[in-house]
Design a protein around this ligand. Structure first.
Ligand code: XMP
Length: 307
């Protein structure tokens, strides 16, 4: 375990060496948020770029913007929802989906950085991202060099202050930076957002279904304090009977896991009553859903996300 105070001091020393226009790419997740606040503590002119990809949870873009503004940072919100959905159209293969997300993300970010004349891009990459990318477990969108994207192509220096620590240590750093608990203790959320939770084609309509189910799953299960809660829209359909009529509706899988570092995970033992209320609410509040299942798979062999 690191000593967060001396870790922060060491990282501040490194960050102070930055002389030039610095931009932090923030998603609102724990890693990039802690990274942004750490960097801002020594780089007051830092610009926070937040790309609204249309794949966030309910109310998230507004909340992220408000958080950074409250922290006294310059925030630039880039609405790129159309670019992301256009690029994701027709793609069903999970790795292709991640690639499409990543390419769009870097095109939008690249253009934004050019407009801002940025010289440094600060990113919240953490140790697990690097290990899993090296291990070929997943193409992580935020490990530039390892995925063959040359940052110099953009005339940029990449700075990854948190790349040597794990999620639980990132939380300690956030706590030591005196960020609010709901920031450092926030549930992880993947870079490609709800695109990781839609099996099959990612369309605005399908994302909307999973967004509503996600809100309900989070509301019902968060008080169990799990590592992560997710709702996933499957690509299959199931038969149901609504108002005496047979219908063929969507299936939502709810996943809730315990983990320390996201490298392994086990399913949360959710009380039956709670599970029933998650299902009842999703069926009632998201009418296109006809079936709700609870996923009891550990990681490995399953990953936490579905894509
Ligand atoms: P998996 O699904 O690989 O996820 O077991 C492990 C943890 O990482 C999150 N995750 C991501 N985080 N960019 C991120 O910043 C990504 O592309 C990404 N994919 C997965 C996931 O939510 C879980 O906490």
């Amino acid at each position: 375990m690191i000593d967060p105070i001396s870790y922060i001091e060491k990282k501040r020393e490194d960050l102070r060496k930055i002389k030039g226009k610095a931009v932090v790419a923030a998603s609102g997740g724990v890693d990039s948020t802690v990274c942004a606040f750490l960097a801002h503590s020594v780089l007051p002119d830092l610009t926070v770029v937040f790309i609204d990809d249309g794949l966030m949870r309910e109310g998230e873009p507004e909340a992220v913007e408000a958080l950074f503004k409250k922290g006294g940072m310059n925030v630039l919100v880039v609405n790129a929802q159309k670019e992301f959905f256009d690029r994701l159209k027709g793609i069903t293969d999970p790795e292709e989906k991640r690639k499409a997300f990543r390419n769009t993300f870097y095109t939008v970010l690249g253009n934004t950085l050019k407009e801002l004349h940025a010289q440094y891009l600060i990113q919240g990459t953490i140790a697990a991202d690097i290990e899993e990318t090296k291990g070929g477990i997943k193409t992580q969108h935020n490990v530039l060099e390892q995925i063959g994207v040359d940052p110099h192509q953009y005339g940029l220096e990449i700075v990854e202050p948190l790349k040597d620590i794990y999620k639980h240590e990132v939380r300690e750093v956030g706590k030591a930076l005196e960020l609010p608990e709901d920031v450092w203790n926030r549930m992880p959320f993947p870079g490609p957002g709800l695109a990781c939770r839609v099996i099959g084609e990612v369309t605005p309509e399908r994302v909307d279904v999973v967004r509503k189910a996600t809100r309900i799953a989070e509301e019902e299960l968060s008080n169990l304090n799990p590592f992560q809660v997710l709702a996933v829209l499957l690509n299959d359909k199931a038969t149901g009977n609504v108002g005496g009529k047979r219908v063929f509706g969507s299936i939502i899988s709810v996943r809730c896991v315990e983990s320390r570092d996201a490298l392994t995970a086990s399913p949360t033992e959710v009380p039956w009553k709670t599970l029933r209320s998650v299902a009842d609410r999703i069926l009632k509040e998201v009418p296109s859903v006809i079936k709700v299942v609870y996923d009891i798979t550990p990681k490995p062999p399953s990953t936490i996300e579905y894509v």
